[in-house]
Ligand binder design. Structure first.
Ligand code: HEC
Length: 180
């Protein structure tokens, strides 16, 4: 092979490379993709964005007492459908993936017979007060890190109040409502 032929080959390779670059550039200019800042379809993973959580934490909504005063147990019973894949609520109901929730209001945490709780829930201790139920149902893993209740939570305070009002009708209807 003489150097003239080598030059031809090198030239051809170079020309090929240039064509690829040119086509790429052209495609970029012609299509000029604009990436949307957010996904077109929001996927609700149950996880709030951290900025949102911080904002919500400082936001002063109505107190739990006010929410409970206007809560609607019938609506809570409907919302409880979210829970019933794992929980029964009637008296003497079976434990499923989660424990039976009859008379859970003001009951000691982790005390349903025959249910095997996570160590985290047992360690939390105390009773299921209105406040604790509200905090747990908002985001179970925030209130009890390590709980085995795999449930994202109920974001709306009104819905949590409705749920708690429903739970209250199950054997604890005479429990005094929170005052603050
Ligand atoms: C995917 C299944 C699942 C869903 C859905 C679920 N839970 Fe649970 N729940 C559990 C499990 C499992 C536990 C036990 C947690 C532990 O031991 O850490 C639990 C525990 C609880 C407890 C504590 C009970 C006790 O005896 O201390 C309450 C209260 C509760 N759940 C309420 C609810 C409510 C109300 C809903 C619906 C908004 C709900 N859960 C949805 C699985 C679930």
């Amino acid at each position: 092979m003489n150097s003239f032929e080598l030059n031809k080959i090198a030239g051809a390779v170079l020309a090929g490379a240039l064509t690829v670059v040119a086509v790429n550039e052209f495609a970029n200019i012609a299509i000029s993709p604009e990436m949307p800042e957010k996904n077109a379809y929001a996927i609700d993973t149950g996880a709030e964005e951290s900025a949102g959580t911080a904002a919500a934490a400082t936001e002063e909504g109505p107190s739990l007492a006010a929410l409970m005063a206007s809560a609607d147990a019938a609506s809570g019973e409907k919302i409880f459908k979210k829970c019933s894949s794992c929980h029964t609520a009637e008296e003497g109901g079976a434990n499923k993936i989660g424990p039976n929730l009859y008379a859970i209001l003001n009951k000691a945490k982790g005390s349903v017979a025959g249910f095997s709780y996570s160590g985290a829930l047992i360690e939390k201790g105390g009773d299921w007060t209105y406040e604790d139920l509200d905090a747990f149902l908002k985001k179970p893993k925030d209130f009890i890190a390590g709980t085995k209740m795999s449930f994202a939570g109920v974001k709306k305070p009104e819905q949590r109040a409705d749920l708690i009002a429903y739970l209250r009708t199950l054997g604890t209807a005479d429990a005094p409502l929170p005052t603050e």
